[in-house]
Design a protein around this ligand. Structure first.
Ligand code: SF4
Length: 148
């Protein structure tokens, strides 16, 4: 079961989209210098059921164009269920993961994907030297330039 922090509407995490962002707790990757260490505990936050998630989308549907998850790939099936629901609401989907790649089973439910762990020495998506990549899944185009 996914656990999450209260979602927020964000404007910059997915280019040209207004997104409802869910931080999923319990990230197992332990990047050095992670800015979100307080979310590492798998018991932190509330459980995100499909009905609660649908309720959020019903509330925000007229305001947003996309749903972005910060993590959650470690609960693969639960995350895929949410991505399917988002598409049913005609919303695009995005995942920020610290992994270098995700499975075919997951990626086919995504419109956008950010990959790569946090590395303080090369910075995030706004840094030309970053190890991270933000891609449009359908076109496979790297969109990092849109964060600078
Ligand atoms: S993937 Fe993100 S949340 Fe997880 S440890 Fe790395 S920086 Fe922190």
């Amino acid at each position: 079961m996914l656990r999450y922090l209260p979602p927020q509407v964000v404007f910059q995490e997915v280019p040209d989209q207004v997104s409802l962002a869910f931080v999923i707790t319990g990230c197992p990757l332990r990047c050095s210098g992670c800015h979100s260490k307080h979310t590492w505990s798998a018991s932190y936050g509330n459980q995100l059921s499909n009905s609660q998630f649908s309720h959020y989308l019903s509330q925000y549907q007229s305001l947003i164009t996309c749903v972005v998850f910060f993590g959650g790939e470690w609960h693969l099936n639960a995350l895929i269920e949410k991505l399917k629901i988002a598409h049913q609401y005609q919303l695009k989907t995005c995942l920020y993961t610290g992994l270098e790649q995700v499975s075919d089973k997951l990626i086919k439910h995504l419109d956008f994907l950010k990959t790569g762990p946090w590395r303080a020495d090369v910075g995030g998506l706004d840094n030309p030297g970053t190890n991270q990549r933000f891609i449009d899944v359908k076109t496979k185009q790297c969109l990092n330039h849109l964060f600078r």
